[in-house]
Design a protein around this ligand. Structure first.
Ligand code: AHM
Ligand code: MG
Length: 346
């Protein structure tokens, strides 16, 4: 069989074209002739950070940077050495980009203001969880970086006003999964694209465009150890799912669990508990960026009945929210079991 690419327009087909993340970003920029390139430089900083963090994660055991640093972050959680290293990498790479006004990290109590406003210069706020699921590091499990990009409001707006924007205002969001390979998932509001790091050339290669979450996958992802302290609606859903042939899959790292759902379908839950009525996950660093990706891939993300995650008006940068996300059909089945509880913290 002749597999030689044919001359003419077909030669530019996606399946024969080599497209790196960098060229993808430039291609997207070309669709916006008024774009100054500021935004593209920010995405390129995130891609460089991802490569550096991927390398650190791979070498962690060899360089003895596993384990905790003996401090807690603002959430009261033990910081792993790599949490601190990854945070530092992101702050340094983004810090060099003219277009970044403010960065906010799950690991830092206060946002960092990098640049003052200059009239006519578009600037952005970048929010991130530098190493999500970092307790998986010691056992070689998947971990990730999650990021969200908002427009800096300018016009003398306060830091709070610039950062505390609801998720539907995000201009881009994505995550990097440091798993058996390193993948970079990105949306800039026009679908979700997937890139895989080719370690031999040091570039993220585009492998999928416009991902759509498949329906009909009978899989749920939740920490069932907490089941007894979930609101009743979630317990009813789990009873129903277990009587209807569902499988459970839980990596304990949101990035890994969401990545599986993006590719295979199913639903991810981090419900409220009696002890943590707002759940565990952070709205600005985890729930909102994942919600943008999931919705751009045709899925849904809710914080409870009738409460779309990206409609929540944030009141604090480190606030938490319950999360129900995944394929539209599977999320609907969860919500149907919660509805009977309306009025509860479901
Ligand atoms: P982290 O950002 O401190 O790593 O915590 C977030 C992680 C998520 O990745 C994951 O979904 C969740 O915590 C797991 O929590 P639990 O161990 O309570 O199931
Ligand atoms: Mg996290």
């Amino acid at each position: 069989m002749d597999t030689t690419p044919k001359a003419g327009p077909k030669a530019a087909r996606d399946d024969v074209r080599i497209m790196t993340l960098q060229s993808h970003i430039l291609e997207q920029q070309a669709h916006h002739p008024q774009a100054s390139g500021t935004f593209s430089w920010i995405l390129s900083a995130l891609s460089i950070s991802a490569k550096i963090i991927a390398d650190k994660v791979r070498r962690a055991r060899l360089e003895n940077v596993l384990g905790s640093v003996g401090t807690e972050n603002i959430q009261g959680e033990v910081q792993q050495k790599l949490d601190v290293l990854a945070n530092d990498v992101l702050l340094r790479t983004l810090g060099g980009r003219e277009g970044v006004a403010i960065v906010a990290s799950e690991e830092n109590e206060e946002p960092v203001i990098l640049r003052e406003e200059v009239e006519g210069v578009p600037r952005y706020c970048v929010l991130f969880d530098p190493l999500d699921g970092s307790s998986n590091l010691d056992i070689c499990g998947g971990v990730g970086t999650i990021f969200s990009i908002l427009e800096h409001k300018g016009n003398g707006a306060s830091v709070q006003d610039s950062l505390l924007q609801p998720g539907y205002k995000q201009v881009a969001a994505g995550y990097v999964l440091y798993g058996s390979s390193t993948v970079f998932v990105l949306t800039i509001g026009q679908g979700v694209d997937l890139f895989v790091l080719d370690p031999s050339i040091g570039a993220f290669m585009r492998v999928e465009r416009s991902l759509m979450i498949p329906s009909g996958n009978k899989t749920y992802s939740v920490n069932e150890g907490n089941r007894k302290v979930f609101p009743e609606g979630y317990q009813r859903y789990l009873d129903w799912a277990q009587s209807n042939g569902y499988s459970g899959r839980y990596a304990g790292a949101m990035v890994a669990d969401v990545h599986r759902i993006l590719l295979k379908g199913g639903v991810f839950l981090y419900p409220p508990t009696k002890k943590a009525p707002e759940g565990k996950l952070r709205l600005m660093y985890e729930a909102n960026p994942m919600a943008m990706i999931i919705e751009q891939a045709g899925g849904k993300t809710f914080a409870g009945c009738g409460q779309r995650v990206m409609d929540i008006q944030p009141t604090a940068i480190h606030q938490r929210t319950p999360v129900i996300l995944g394929a539209t059909d599977q999320v609907a089945l969860v919500l149907a079991h919660l509805e009977k509880d309306s009025g509860q913290h479901a």
